[in-house]
Design a protein around this ligand. Sequence first.
Ligand code: MRU
Length: 355
Amino acid sequence: LRRLKDYGNDKMLLTVRWENGTLILIDQTKLPTRLVYVKYNKYQDVANAIKSLIVRGAPAIGVAAAFGLCLAAFQSKAKSTSGLISDLKVAYARLKSTRPTAVNLAWALDIIMKKATEGTSVDQIRNEILDRSLRMANDDIAINKRIGQNGAQLISKNEVILTHCNAGSLATVGYGTALGVIRAAKDDGKRIQVIATETRPVMQGSRLTAFELTHDGIDVRLIPDTAVGHIMYQDTISRVIVGADRVLKTGHVFNKIGTYQIAALARRHSIPFYVAAPISTFDSKSKLDDIVIEQRDRNEVIKIGNKIIAPQDVKVLNPAFDITPPELITGIITEKCVLKAPYKTNIHKLLNSNR
Ligand code: MRU
């Protein structure tokens, strides 16, 4: 039996885990009404789970995809290493095609493929990539805890922190990035209140963040996305902390649609705006225009649940992510340090010191 290490909190939601040759995911489309765990034995089903948001959040989809490649290796009937690698390449392409914006997906798949190509027998490749994926899953929680500690040092007692989307346990293997900072601050004995935006159209804030924080006994208030400006105007928010799907070397942050307008409003009201992200979310190669912003189905916008809320034939724009420019960002909290401007220089230093 291979299982994730126990990180001392039995209650922590484990979004992605491997047990007895099976990948187990929390089906996030069923939340908040039902906490359902689904078992996966085929990489094709894992790809569908990523595409349909059963598992979502940059770090979580990276680790789920890594385990997807492990399942592909066990599904393969290849007798030679070259046969196995060619089967893995097919699975790699299928898994990578599921979602374009979060860099952690390609990051995780590339690490596992590299490991596979170093193997010298079919069995060795299977064992080595599974070990590497298990390590990636364990590392994810440990890294999030370090992000949490680095971020918690910034936070005073009695803060009211606004977050957007879900950058918590449910977006990672466990503990979370932005919500990890809040968990660590709370563990330091600071009283924190969280303001969670609903995050239309997929409602990660109301369905997931509100669920996760309530599950863990953290004080949370849910607001409509449209209330952000007013709540900031009332002078109640002390800080914003969000996650990231990709951070460019310039400091531009790709995150859930709506992040940019929150950052702009935070600047208008002189509220510090922080991003919490592991180094695996940094993309040192791409330029702004290289990144594909996922456009999602029109039904997410014209419906709430099964109820139609717009003219059926209305034209729809549904970008899933936006870009927050570095000048609106007070700091980026990583597992190594809290990055500040000038981001280009400081990200370069961080990524080079990490090699
Ligand atoms: O479309 P999603 O739900 O996968 O988008 C998730 C986000 O935008 C999160 O903020 C991001 O992945 C950071 S998660 C630690």
